[in-house]
Unconditional design. Structure first.
Length: 481
């Protein structure tokens, strides 16, 4: 006897078979194999609807493995993670609408969600005043699926400790795989500084992006070591940590090394309830430094010799050149930072518009700081996310971002001291340390908008909300009992 389940299965099989045949014919007529991806995308969508968590976990695993791909001179994407972001965001939005009870009132009114909403609301305002509206609108659309994939989706997935553990293992395990590949490839060239970018391609654009994600995921392995009691597993995790540290060393990225140190300091500050105080002090010192550099054009003291700023193939020479301000990457940073600061006075309220720095900064550059790479064929930005935010979204945009970041640091510190559950306690610590590392690398780069480090930032936000709600619920249960 046929059942309703059998009938539905037969119907789905018929639909997917028919769709595949149509795609096959279309691919032949259009001479395009990309059309064949449609039926497989439909299968993935169906599987995702039946079990959305699997798609989300697949997205996390794909993040370190993804690579940039250009379909044309004007159209490029990251494969496969950006496609999975779209799928994940779409699935969970539909799932949230279809099952409204899954998004609890506690999530909707959470302080971090409120602050994130304000930040995104201001971003929409700045898009209206953008100097290049089309570019800013594209940025706004991309932001929506980032938020859907890395804020909404994890809030619906991270409902217990097992889901958090699974997500951490998939993400850190995938990064470990890339680290092994990079170390082997790099070792074949003698771990040369000149070949490090080639060793991490095509998964990462350069060694800076690679090292940033690598260092931010290191705390996850320390967490596994702390929570694991099995001796064999602890030795294995120690080996992984050692290998990751070696990979970080051979990444030759100064910002990531500094982030590792900052992460260690953050660990101590969280334990002593001093993290938020240190964050406020950091902001005040940064403001004071900017005012001093602008006063009487003090920044001109650091002008370099255009002819003597060079790229070094030897890392030792690279470090010496950095100290003497003769390294081209350091010199180019000064050039763009100064141009960026000068831009602010022209658009202090709404900025130039999201993702429009490249289109506007060159007239503001100071010739004394120009380098031989200032033509910027890669269209890279200002290399400081905080400065980029105020340039593109004005002082309110920076203020809202700093408030959100401060609130996230406060929650990480507060949750670590509040909860006694070892997994949630460790999760809070790892999140706080990772946030400080993200802050550090973004003082020298602008990686919040990238699929690698940007995803980690929004995952940190989701984790803090999930841990807060779960530990609040557990505390209520304990009080009742």
């Amino acid at each position: 006897m046929k059942t309703a389940v059998t009938d539905r299965t037969n119907l789905l099989f018929g639909l997917f078979a028919g769709l595949f045949l149509l795609a096959l014919v279309a691919a032949f007529l259009l001479d395009s194999y990309y059309v064949l991806a449609i039926p497989f995308g439909a299968l993935l969508l169906n599987a995702g609807w039946r079990n959305p968590s699997l798609v989300f976990y697949g997205l996390l695993f794909s993040l370190p493995l993804s690579f940039e791909y250009s379909f044309s001179a004007t159209l490029g994407t990251d494969i496969p993670d950006e496609l999975l972001m779209l799928l994940t965001a779409g699935l969970f939005v539909i799932y949230g609408i279809y099952n409204r009870q899954t998004i609890s009132r506690d999530i909707k009114i959470h302080l971090l969600i409120f602050l994130l909403t304000i930040l995104c609301g201001w971003m929409l305002v700045t898009i209206l005043f953008s100097t290049h509206p089309l570019i800013s609108v594209k940025y706004g659309l991309a932001k929506t699926w980032y938020l859907g994939a890395f804020v909404l989706a994890p809030l619906l997935v991270f409902t217990n400790k097992a889901s958090i553990r699974t997500a951490a293992l998939l993400l850190a395990g995938s990064m470990l795989l890339i680290s092994l590949i990079a170390l082997v490839r790099h070792g074949l060239t003698g771990f040369s500084f000149a070949t490090v970018n080639k060793a991490v391609s095509p998964f990462f654009r350069n060694h800076v992006n690679y090292s940033a994600m690598l260092v931010c995921l290191l705390p996850v392995w320390f967490a596994f070591f702390h929570l694991t009691k099995n001796k064999v597993q602890r030795w294995f995790i120690l080996a992984v940590i050692g290998l990751s540290l070696a990979a970080l060393f051979f990444s030759y990225a100064r910002g990531a090394w500094l982030a590792l140190l900052a992460g260690g300091v953050a660990f101590l500050l969280i334990r002593k309830r001093k993290l938020v105080s240190a964050y406020i002090l950091f902001i005040l010192l940064a403001i004071a430094a900017v005012f001093w550099l602008r006063q009487e054009n003090n920044y001109l003291r650091f002008a370099h010799n255009y002819q003597r700023t060079i790229f070094h193939n030897d890392f030792g020479d690279h470090l010496v050149a950095t100290y003497k301000l003769k390294d081209v990457s350091t010199a180019e940073r000064f050039y763009r930072w100064i141009a960026g600061v000068r831009m602010i006075s022209d658009q202090p309220l709404t900025g130039f518009g999201p993702n429009t720095f490249y289109e506007n900064y060159k007239p503001y550059g100071v010739p004394a700081f120009k380098t031989w790479v200032s033509d910027n064929p890669e269209h890279s930005t200002v290399h400081n996310y905080f400065l980029l935010t105020v340039i593109e979204q004005g002082y309110p945009g920076l203020f809202f971002f700093l408030i959100l970041l401060g609130a996230m640091l406060w929650y990480a510190q507060h949750l670590w001291h509040r909860t006694m559950d070892p997994i949630y306690k460790t999760t809070s610590m790892v999140t706080g340390v990772m946030l400080v590392m993200i802050i550090t690398v973004n003082c020298l780069s602008d990686l919040i908008e990238t699929d690698k480090v940007g995803s980690l930032f929004f995952l940190c936000l989701s984790l803090l909300i999930a841990v807060d709600l779960q530990t609040r619920k557990n505390k209520t249960v304990e009080q009742i009992n």
